[in-house]
Design a protein around this ligand. Structure first.
Ligand SMILES: NC(=O)c1ccc[n+]([C@@H]2O[C@H](COP(=O)([O-])OP(=O)(O)OC[C@H]3O[C@@H](n4cnc5c(N)ncnc54)[C@H](OP(=O)(O)O)[C@@H]3O)[C@@H](O)[C@H]2O)c1
Length: 233
């Protein structure tokens, strides 16, 4: 397991981010978090920032981070957005999800590069949704595809750092609960997810966090910025 490292995680107040933070804390890692809601753990150094306003991120990070080294960065915070047909998605909804799922990550990365913070690996929490669109999922799929390209672009240009897009598979978090509330008569693509949730076949965030951490600790980069679906590993 990763031990005694300095690690930044975005969105650690719930779900996967919280499980990553709690697991890493057990191994004496120093954890820094930035995200919308407060972290209820005194051992974690955290700052609140709503990524709907990505321009605030650099200032918040300069308050949060008192280090020139972050061994790992987990770009984890994200939202699903509304699941509905594309012609019903407003420009404001599209802008909002792009701010949170894409532009906020650009601000975090630009801060790290500008401040010359040494980093071993930047882990972008991606999704199978980044690879192809699904009916009713324009907001999430398009923002995750743009996030994947963002990471691949940094990986091409930044020869000082390693980047990886990790697709963790489904995780039993608020996001899955939101999917389960969608009317499958209107958006049939949610059926598959609802059935998996009903059968308790969606892994819990602690299990997924452990899987991600086990994967990256032995990870050797082939192509910087590559996409890895770790469900198959
Ligand atoms: N769940 C899945 O099945 C699944 C599958 C593949 C990939 N993923 C990816 O996994 C990552 C974590 O998602 P999750 O399932 O753990 O969801 P989650 O439980 O909803 O956690 C998302 C985290 O992001 C934070 N966040 C949301 N909106 C924010 C905003 N405007 N500004 C700052 N922080 C914000 C949340 O803060 P609050 O506590 O304030 O909401 C929370 O800490 C996401 O990138 C997601 O796309 C999830």
């Amino acid at each position: 397991m990763i031990k005694k490292k300095k690690i930044l995680i975005s969105g650690a107040s719930s779900g996967l981010g919280r499980s990553l933070a709690n697991t890493l804390l057990k191994y004496n890692n120093k954890i820094y978090c930035i995200g919308r809601s407060s972290i209820k753990n005194e051992k974690i150094k955290s700052i609140n920032c709503n990524f709907k306003n990505p321009k605030n991120i650099r200032e918040k990070l300069s308050i949060l981070l008192n280090t020139k080294k972050l061994d790992y960065v987990f770009l984890n915070a994200g939202i699903l957005g509304k699941i509905k047909n594309i012609h019903k998605c407003s420009l404001d909804e599209i802008l909002e999800i792009f701010k949170i799922n894409v532009l906020a990550n650009k601000e975090i990365l630009d801060f790290i590069i500008k401040k010359k913070i040494k980093t071993k690996l930047i882990v972008a929490i991606s999704s199978g949704a980044a690879l192809s669109p699904k009916s009713g999922w324009y907001l999430y799929c398009s923002s995750k595809a743009a996030f994947k390209f963002l990471i691949e672009s940094y990986a091409l240009e930044d020869n000082k750092r390693k980047y990886i897009n990790i697709s963790p598979g489904l995780i039993k978090t608020k996001m899955q609960n939101q999917i389960c509330r969608v009317d499958e008569k209107k958006i049939s693509s949610v059926k598959k997810f609802k059935r998996l949730n009903e059968k308790n076949k969606v892994p819990m965030p602690d299990e997924v966090a452990e899987n991600i951490l086990n994967f990256i600790q032995n990870y050797k980069i082939n192509n910087n910025g590559e996409y890895q679906d770790i469900r198959k590993k």
